[in-house]
Design a binder for this molecule. Structure first.
Ligand code: PA5
Length: 463
């Protein structure tokens, strides 16, 4: 396995006064180690149960693999979930399966077609019914709270349809992944006799990919989930190292923290591999929802956080890189480089009369991808733009588990440095409560009154 971080292009010896000096890192070493101690002190407690995920799931993995085997004969597997209950399954599926998996013939797929419904767009919901047969589909309802309006409305629609078609057998088509003790879904699951997997209490949505939330969907499409957990365990061992200079999550958290303090309020996640495209989405949620906080742990108003932006190499070289190279100095760019792609594609000759095209012939798309990454990194660095590169020797289960865990650790350390609660999301709750009030849900009368009294739109500002 190999997942390493090259942060040369964050530093002063490359970027001059736009970079970070060795002495700055040295002067903040104790600060970083304090964040390390804070995270270690919380290991396994409260909302840091995700740090146990690589170690305590042998039985869960066995049960998941057994269930996944049964599901593999179905025609489709559909995840109903949103936020942390959807982004991980999407990212891991894209990373580790054939990039046109759903379009492959059944014998090549060797598993059900895979879909994640992570929105309540009525067009998408109805479009799904045009391509699946619910009688040949398993639906995995994933919601830790068991009360998320989006997921539960999807569940109501699916359950209604299944009951109309299958009567008493409808329950065989629904698997619930939820809290074992809280929320409405666990009660429903027991009452209806659904197969159920549990989200540990100390694992929040955005930290849940390496628990049944992500492991069941991954296993259903044939991903080796034990290897993913081995990768996470390996990264956990690396990050148990109380040494700033050999702990990649701690060092990258500190680099981001120092950058934020210097006004770099945007962080761009730019993998150079289509397989990792949705890792950027997953990362954006992890970073945004964990670190974007109004108040710190001492009650001070801080409005902390750094805006994550997803980008894809080489595609976004032709849309965003102009801004990254010449716009404001307000960004840190994280490249993800894959050294060995799982397949090779040669660029043939045939246009020798066109020298501006023929130089490509005899190379591979693999070369083009890696040279374009090198060139873009060079161009940005020349413009003194802060960037670092996470290098994966290849995209496989082990490295992906390690990468996900690395980002979770980096987020936890950065949250400790910012002295904020990494694991809550009060800003999201406000919107959820307002939605309940708009629907007239019982208990939200006060919120409904607040909404009625909010400043109405003025026609003056509508054109
Ligand atoms: O990270 C989080 O906590 C959120 O993004 C949740 O995952 C999201 O709101 C969905 O919550 P639930 O799993 O309770 O339906």
């Amino acid at each position: 396995m190999s997942v390493t971080i090259n942060y040369n292009n964050m530093m002063q010896h490359v970027l001059g006064d736009k970079g970070i000096a060795d002495s700055e890192i040295q002067s903040m070493e104790q600060f970083a180690l304090k964040a390390f101690d804070t995270v270690e002190a919380g290991r396994g407690n409260d909302m840091q149960g995700w740090m146990d995920s690589p170690y305590d799931q042998d039985e869960v993995v066995k049960a998941i693999v057994k269930k996944a085997e049964e599901i593999r004969n179905y025609d489709a597997f559909v995840v109903l979930g949103i936020g942390g209950s959807a982004l991980g399954p999407i990212a891991v599926f894209q990373a580790l399966k054939h990039l046109y998996y759903n379009e492959l013939p059944r014998e090549k797929r060797n598993g059900p077609r895979f879909y994640v419904l992570d929105n309540v767009d009525p067009e998408r919901m109805n479009a799904l019914f045009d391509i699946i047969d619910v009688e040949k589909t398993i639906f995995n309802v994933i919601t830790k709270s068991g009360a998320t309006s989006e997921t539960m409305s999807q569940y109501l629609i699916i359950n209604d349809l299944l009951k109309k078609r299958l009567g008493d057998k409808a329950n065989k088509h629904i698997i619930a992944t939820t809290s074992s003790s809280k929320g409405s879904l666990i009660g429903l699951a027991k009452e209806q006799g659904y197969d159920t997997f549990f989200i540990p209490e100390g694992v929040g949505g955005r930290f849940s990919e390496l628990c049944p939330v992500g492991l069941l969907p991954a296993a259903v499409v044939g991903i080796d989930i034990a290897k993913m957990l081995e990768g996470a365990k390996h990264m956990d061992q690396v990050c148990r190292n109380k040494n700033l200079y050999s702990n990649p999550a701690l060092m990258s958290a500190l680099l981001q923290y120092i950058s934020m303090k210097k006004g770099k309020n945007i962080t761009v996640m730019m993998p150079y591999a289509d397989s990792l495209k949705y890792i950027a989405d997953w990362y954006c949620q992890l970073w945004a929802e964990s670190l974007g906080k109004a108040v710190d742990n001492d009650g001070n108003i801080v409005h902390a956080g750094q805006t994550p932006v997803k980008s894809l190499g080489v595609t976004d070289q032709h849309s965003q890189v102009q801004l990254y190279a010449e716009g404001p100095f307000d960004k840190v760019i994280t490249f993800i480089e894959v050294q060995n792609f799982r397949s090779k594609c040669e660029i043939p000759g045939g246009l020798e009369q066109l020298p501006n095209v023929s130089f490509l012939s005899g190379n591979t798309l693999n070369d083009l991808m890696s040279k374009e990454l090198y060139a873009t990194r060079y161009a940005l660095t020349k413009q003194k733009r802060s960037n670092y590169t996470i290098v994966l020797d290849k995209v496989d289960e082990f490295n992906l588990g390690a990468l996900l865990y690395l980002f979770q650790m980096q987020t936890a350390y950065c949250g400790a440095m910012l002295n904020i609660n990494t694991y809550d999301q009060p800003g999201v709750e406000e919107g959820k409560n307002a939605t309940y009030a708009l629907f007239g849900r019982k208990g939200y009368e006060e919120k409904a009154r607040e909404l009625r009294e909010a400043t109405p739109d003025s026609d003056k500002y509508i054109i």
